[in-house]
Design a binder for this molecule. Structure first.
Ligand code: SF4
Length: 703
């Protein structure tokens, strides 16, 4: 897929799930590449945010991994040949399987790499004999995917940015901050809807750039409900009860297209709206007004973000949003639906192609005999019929039932909660492969480190947040001894299993993916062209769907599933020792564990380090001045950062970010999981904050 070295190539931004098209212009030398706008790119029409514009800066960064590395017995790394690295990987994977069985390995896919690469990684795991394969969606939207798949049919946006821009009258944005985390979606689509008259209801503990971009706090038209972290089910129950009391429901839609309405009514029968509103830290009347705005609109849509999904009640949170959409008939039309704003540029595709422990490509359940057997027929080997471990479970089991890891393009030491303990667990592993572009924090625990090429140097497909599958194209490699993830997986698979991993090129992998993934079956590279296609495309020639469920849901009986849910507090609530709620989120200028973004000079100039937002009343209580260095502690660790004293955050809550290795929020976060989706509760932990004290340097508690 490499283009002519002198011609710019059209590709897709490697950062967020909006899927903006950009161009990469090669220079005299391979590393001299530059960013160029792609004027008629289908999603963004040439517009770009700060991250997209800076994306090429890190491609030839001096920290790039350029040769394979092997760790010696004394712990030191040495350069190795690819042959040596492959031999060691194959012999160790074979040894682990012989000594402990196939479930002793865990595989991490990556939402930073292409569909074809994730497809091959999950196939490798399954050929090895395990379903222990997962990706970072576990950390961001696993609960959303669970609730949407179970209640509507597909774990993805019901609608598209395009139809929401053109038809939505109300944007209900809960636990998401699109102005910072999906900037072009916000500026080009959601703002356009607002300019055309749409009303915004924002539900978030933090006033942020989204609040300011719509001037939410400055007008009577829009509303910001500054809810306490972890009370979203309670808030939505107030909304639902208000809708029922006022008969703002869509009776015909409920009757013809849904099941479970009686259960919802029963759940809310003795529900006390006023005390629930108090629990949320809000006036009842404010929530009632928001309920009326949503329920009486012609077309109302819900955007849901990680403020909803990253809780022990993550599935319930999203189910209650689905309940609201279903009882008001706001699904199956342009401008409606329940729409998760997905994080990384290919997190949707990584799930679509089956890099998850419970599903095969196209969300076919591994324990569905018929679906599994159809995939086995194409692959020519048997797939285990029990779901495997999620990535947090793999981490919990490291050194116990899990003895080896194959990690492609992920950084679990930084991205998983309670990071200090994750590092301790990884020390217990017998063998770890890390395949990446930079020496990540996780690579410090690797026995073999494989240097991969970056997003700008290779081609393939990625799937953005509204299900649009698009082609990426690559320019010449910067470092000749690096390899594409696909080449590496192909070689490892072929050495381990002889057959099934040797493909002529990336398109040939996509062709096999189409055979086992019904929602991609109708796509070809030719049909994707420059515009891409929104899945599902079941047959060649299908043009894809901008919105889903016009006539029926993709559930077994075709009905949308309503289910009443009750508020459960977060697993850890404030007490005397840890009196504050710590919550976390991402910044506009950085991305996840910062592997790429914190190496970008432009992004670092704007946001060079972590910080914490503290409400003025809390600042006074703890003697904190704006700009002070403060130590934040939870039961799991501590970090030292600068304080920003601001009314943006609710009193009693402190807010920080996970991007910076030296002071990552994940040294503090709680690794307790939502029971069904197994997503950790990043969004609510008990914490204390202090100024003018020496950090204790305390060791993390034992697991
Ligand atoms: Fe890249 Fe997202 Fe910014 Fe678009 S909005 S340029 S996809 S980071």
């Amino acid at each position: 897929m490499s283009g002519d070295a002198q011609d710019p190539v059209k590709t897709i931004c490697p950062y967020c799930g909006v899927g903006c098209g950009i161009q990469v212009k090669p220079g005299e030398e391979p590393g001299d590449m530059q960013f160029m706008p792609w004027g008629d790119a289908p999603v963004n029409e040439g517009r770009i945010c700060i991250k997209g514009g800076a994306a090429t800066e890190v491609v030839d960064h001096e920290d790039r991994l350029t040769d394979p590395l092997i760790r010696e017995d004394d712990g030191e790394l040495r350069e190795a040949s690819w042959e040596e690295a492959y031999e060691l990987i194959v012999s160790e994977m074979e040894r682990i399987r012989e000594e402990h069985g196939p479930d002793a390995m865990g595989f991490y896919g990556s939402s930073k790499v292409m569909n074809e690469e994730n497809y091959l990684l999950q196939k490798l795991a399954r050929r090895y004999g395990t379903n222990n394969v997962d990706n970072c969606t576990r950390m961001c939207h696993a609960s959303t995917v669970w609730a949407l798949r179970t209640s509507l049919g597909a774990g993805a946006m019901t609608n598209s940015m395009e139809d929401l821009r053109d038809a939505a009258d109300v944007l209900w944005i809960q636990g998401a901050n699109p102005a910072e985390q999906h900037p072009i979606a916000n500026s080009q689509y959601f703002r356009q809807a607002v300019l055309e008259g749409a009303t915004v209801i924002q539900v978030d503990p933090h006033a942020n750039k989204t609040t300011r971009s719509f001037k939410i706090d400055e007008t009577d038209r829009h509303q910001h409900l500054q809810v306490k972290p972890g009370t979203d089910v309670a808030l939505l129950n107030v909304v639902l009860k208000t809708v029922l009391e006022n008969d703002w429901i869509d009776e015909a839609f409920i009757e013809e297209r849904t099941e479970g309405f009686d259960h919802l009514v029963e759940t809310l029968e003795d529900f006390d709206k006023r005390s629930a509103a108090e629990e949320c830290g809000l006036e009842l009347e404010a929530i009632e007004r928001a309920a009326e705005t949503y329920a009486t609109a012609e077309n109302a849509t819900i955007f849901t973000g990680m403020g909803m999904s990253q809780h022990t009640s993550g599935v319930d949170n999203v189910q209650n949003e689905i309940n609201l959409a279903l009882i008001t008939g706001n699904v199956g039309r342009p401008g409606t639906g329940v729409n998760p704003l997905r994080g990384q540029n290919n997190v949707q595709g990584t799930c679509d192609v089956g890099a998850m422990p419970n599903v095969l490509p196209g969300y076919q359940l591994v324990d569905d005999d018929e679906a599994r057997e159809a995939v086995e027929e194409v692959w020519g080997f048997e797939v285990p019929d029990e779901p495997g471990l999620t990535n947090v479970e793999i981490s919990h089991e490291s050194g116990k039932s899990v003895h080896g890891l194959y990690i492609m393009g992920e950084n679990p030491i930084m991205s998983e909660p309670d990071a200090n303990v994750v590092a301790e667990r990884f020390k217990q592993l017998e063998f770890v492969v890390v395949q990446d572009i930079f020496p990540t924090e996780t690579a410090e625990y690797a026995d073999v480190i494989l240097p991969a090429t970056t997003w700008a140097e290779r081609g393939g497909t990625v799937t953005n947040t509204d299900r649009r599958v698009q082609l990426m194209r690559g320019v010449e490699k910067v470092h000749p001894n690096t390899k594409h993830d696909l080449e590496i997986l192909s070689e490892v698979g072929t050495r381990l299993f002889d057959e099934g991993f040797d493909f002529e090129d990336v398109e040939a992998v996509f062709e096999e993916l189409r055979q086992v993934c019904p929602i991609y079956h109708g796509m070809t590279y030719e049909a994707l062209g420059e515009e891409g296609l929104h899945w599902p495309c079941y047959e060649p020639g299908d043009e894809g769907d901008l919105y889903l469920y016009e006539d029926e849901f993709d559930t077994e009986n075709g009905l949308g599933h309503i289910e009443g849910v009750r508020h459960q507090p977060p697993a850890e609530v404030p007490d005397e020792e840890y009196p504050l709620v710590l919550t976390t989120a991402r910044l506009e200028e950085h991305y996840n564990t910062g592997t790429m973004s914190t190496r970008s000079p432009t992004l670092n100039r704007v946001k060079p380090e972590n910080f914490v937002d503290v409400h003025p009343n809390d600042a006074e209580r703890y003697g904190i001045e704006d700009g002070d260095e403060v130590t934040i502690r939870s039961r799991r660790g501590e970090i030292t950062v600068k304080a920003q004293v601001t009314e943006d955050i609710k009193e009693g809550v402190i807010w920080t970010t996970p991007h910076f290795a030296a002071a990552s929020a994940n040294k503090l976060t709680n690794d307790v999981l939502d029971e069904r989706a197994k997503i950790p509760e990043y969004k609510a932990a008990a914490a204390e904050i202090a100024v003018d004290v020496e950090p204790t340097g305390a060791e993390p508690a034992d697991d």
